[in-house]
Design a protein around this ligand. Structure first.
Ligand code: PLP
Length: 388
């Protein structure tokens, strides 16, 4: 038997990430403008880096509690209370993780029985379905569409519920579409979750990157605190992707179950990152808001630029992605992304990387400088003309 044949079928069932592939190709070409990866182009603010350096000077280099430094958990609970008026006990209801990525994996593994179904509005972040598959569950995509601004509705969810549905996994502001959900629509989804007794895993990593109105935290809705596993982190809002730090908040049973996996597989999040995260929450708001304002200008530049080329484009209201339709070119999203990269050296992600309902779209990240974005728009314009 070959080595490849010995790989677990569960792992084989998970397709490789469609994002990384383009990132790798683009990295090997010269002169490419990458709108491919969802990563801030800012460096982590200096005061956060300095707090980490200071911690190292003081000799903070050891393991922490599995749950994370209590000081950080307290800061997280305080922030969530201040922002959304939801109370969590930092000793029992908070877990510090290695990014939202780990928190997502833990949440799914902690609650799924083999064969359990998870409703996932789509297009969605690439890890959602993969994590469900790796946990032995069954992802059930719930297609959303541009006409309804990529917001999921209760009617769509009702159509796909089954006796095996255990959880609903939502991520708003959304990657890749930039969609947000108005409070009233989230309330309807909360009633749906109660009616079907579902666990809700709410990935709110882009909560601070909301450009229209204010973000509604799912756990703040009536009766949702207990059944929600709220995920958030530092990668996007504080430009801390490489630090690998995030967190989960939920009822003590879910958090203890997640910690059971975490203590054996991860032990704890890196102490240096935890120290930086405390500083981010205590003193990082101003710098974060400046970055968000900058993303907002770029968002408008991209939206106006794409619309001026007669590309049909939903206005993204959160995160740092724009998801234009490329249907009128007659190309598939993969063909479009490949040709654009080859002929104009602009890297974007084909929409089908985020699920079947992403076909016909491309994802452009605007976490890039205004000059890069302007040049990318020019190149996209040139490219599109050939198909109009
Ligand atoms: N959730 C969403 C929606 C994301 O877009 C990402 C990263 O792109 C993550 C989670 C992972 O974030 P982290 O860096 O905290 O692991």
């Amino acid at each position: 038997m070959s080595w490849a044949e010995r790989i677990s079928p569960t792992v084989n069932a998970v397709p490789p990430s469609g994002i990384r592939r383009f990132f790798d190709i683009a990295a090997e070409m010269k002169g490419v403008i990458s709108l491919g990866v969802g990563e801030p182009d800012f460096i982590t603010p200096w005061h956060i880096r300095e707090s980490c350096v200071h911690g190292l000077h003081k000799g903070y280099t050891a393991y922490t509690s599995n749950y994370g430094l209590l000081e950080l958990r307290e800061e997280i609970a305080r922030t969530i209370y201040n922002n959304y008026n939801v109370t969590y006990d930092p000793r029992k209801e908070a877990l510090v993780t290695v990014g939202v990525s780990e928190a997502l994996d833990l949440a799914i593994r902690a609650v799924l029985h083999p064969g359990d179904e998870v409703l996932i509005p789509e297009p969605c972040y690439v890890s959602y379905k993969a994590c469900v598959l790796l946990a032995g569950g069954k992802p059930v995509p719930v297609p959303t569409n541009m006409e309804h601004e990529f917001r999921v509705t209760v009617e769509q969810l009702e159509k796909l519920i089954s006796p095996r549905t255990k959880a609903l996994l939502i991520g708003y502001p959304n990657n890749p579409t930039g969609a947000i959900m108005p409070k009233a629509e989230l309330e309807a989804i909360a009633r749906f979750a109660t009616k079907h007794d579902l666990i809700v895993i709410s990935d709110e990593i882009y909560a601070d990157l909301t450009y229209h109105g204010t973000h509604t935290c799912f756990a703040s809705l009536p009766d949702m605190r207990e059944r929600t596993i709220l995920l958030n982190g530092f990668s996007k809002a504080y430009a801390m992707t490489g630090w690998r730090i995030g967190y989960a908040l939920s009822n003590p049973d879910f958090i203890a179950a997640m910690n059971k996996i975490h203590q054996y597989t991860m032990l704890c999040a890196p102490i240096t990152a935890q120290i930086g995260a405390i500083e981010a929450l205590r003193h990082g708001k101003d710098k974060m808001e400046k970055m968000v304002a900058e993303y907002d200008s770029r968002r408008q530049l991209m939206l106006n630029g794409l619309r001026s080329m007669d590309i049909s484009c939903f206005e993204p209201k959160g995160a740092f992605y724009i998801f234009p339709s490329i249907k009128e070119t007659g190309l598939t999203s993969l063909q479009f992304a490949e040709e654009l990269l080859k002929t104009e050296k602009v890297a974007v992600v084909p929409g089908d990387a985020f699920g079947d309902s992403g076909e016909g779209f491309i994802r452009c990240s605007y976490a890039s400088s205004i000059s890069n974005l302007s040049e990318a728009l020019e190149r996209i314009g040139r490219f599109i003309k050939r198909y109009q």
